[in-house]
Design a protein around this ligand. Structure first.
Ligand code: AQP
Length: 333
């Protein structure tokens, strides 16, 4: 992995089947970076337990998440793919970084505020220090770019601040990472409450489309998407959040601009438009779903790919952790 290419790192939680938001905001873009960058992708199971998980389910979802990443086009010959808990250096670095992160800055993280409101019965310290572990994920590999959805921008900026602080205190150690956020699709909204982001943990199943949903279910979910009553397909996020969200999805799927889409559906009802959006999603997801089912059935291939990825990642991560330990003054023999 010692190359001149810039390094890309990103991760996804195995907390359930991925939503269309996860796909368009992040996962779909990851394979597109594989030739230009040195890419490392991770199933972040340690992040997942900040919210209570059923152990057997978490194990199953970890396989499913890895299979979906491979099905989406991540090629283990080009990129590293592994499970976070298989590389203990993430947790090791996280501790050192947490001693260089401020309580105040973590308290300002939007995701912490949202998730602690959602899980009021389990506001554990892991939920609070989640962004520090994420900073460790990123900084461990000398990452230049982090391809994420818009909701993760704040966390990547925090990782950069922590890296800068450490570099100032102990000398140049970490590369300062930057978020890489897609121009369209960075924030896919709930189909039922289009001012809220689409999230796989939403209790209303009609609010999200899963990458594993059948064609019928996808069509039904789009048909019941909340819009407005003026009947005009026009991009206006503030006044027409539902229609604008559907236009965003259609735009990523078809490559058409908002102006093209407005023209295409001029004078037609929302029914026709919703059907077209659903069909574009069904068509794009079909080959990924077929590949997903094939890979998921091949457990031996999945395990050997993840094992190989973890070994290679450990090699890179271990060098960095040793360097950090030396810099902070831990005795090394
Ligand atoms: N609605 C979204 N639009 C665009 N991008 C999104 N991402 C998530 N939701 C949207 C991006 O997906 C990547 C992986 O996300 P994650 O698994 O780390 O968890 P998350 O951001 O907390 O996503 P969810 O679906 O809301 O999960 P739960 O419900 O488990 O908390 C990230 O790059 C994220 O930006």
């Amino acid at each position: 992995m010692e190359t001149q290419k810039k390094r890309v790192f990103s991760g996804i939680q195995p907390t359930g089947a991925f939503t269309l938001g996860n796909y368009l905001g992040a996962v779909r873009n990851w394979p597109l970076l594989q030739d230009e960058y040195d890419c490392i992708y991770c199933v972040v199971d340690q992040h997942a337990i900040t919210v209570r998980q059923t152990p057997a389910d978490l194990r199953k979802k970890t396989y499913e998440a890895a299979a979906m990443l491979l099905a989406s086009g991540i090629d283990p010959q080009k990129s590293l793919l592994f499970v976070q808990s298989h590389v203990p250096q993430h947790a090791q670095l996280s501790w050192v970084l947490s001693c260089n992160a401020q309580f105040g800055e973590l308290s300002r993280m939007t995701q912490f505020k949202d998730k602690s409101a959602k899980h009021a019965d389990n506001i554990n310290t892991g939920l609070f220090t989640y962004p520090v572990l994420m900073a460790a994920d990123i900084l461990l590999y000398g990452t230049h770019y982090v391809p994420v959805g818009g909701d993760q921008k704040q966390h990547v900026e925090l990782a950069r601040d922590i890296a800068q602080r450490f570099n100032n205190a102990y000398s140049e150690t970490f590369v300062l990472p930057e978020p890489m956020i897609p121009k369209v699709g960075a924030r896919i909204m709930s189909l039922q409450e289009p001012t809220k982001k689409m999230s796989k943990s939403d209790s209303n199943e009609k609010s999200f489309v899963l990458m594993t949903d059948s064609a019928d279910v996808i069509m039904k979910k789009f048909k019941s998407a909340v819009t407005d009553s003026d009947g005009i397909v026009r991009y206006d996020v503030e006044n027409k959040p539902g229609i604008s969200n559907l236009m965003g999805i259609y735009s990523v799927m078809t490559g058409k601009t908002m102006a093209d889409i407005e023209k295409e559906f001029d004078g037609q009802g929302y029914g026709t438009f919703k059907t077209a959006v659903a069909e574009s999603v069904i068509t794009a997801l079909k080959p990924v779903q077929d590949e997903y089912n094939r890979i998921l059935a091949d457990k031996a291939y999945l395990e050997s790919t993840l094992k190989d990825g973890a070994q290679k990642a450990q090699y890179v991560a271990n060098k960095l952790v040793n360097k950090v330990y030396r810099k902070v003054g831990f005795a090394q023999f």
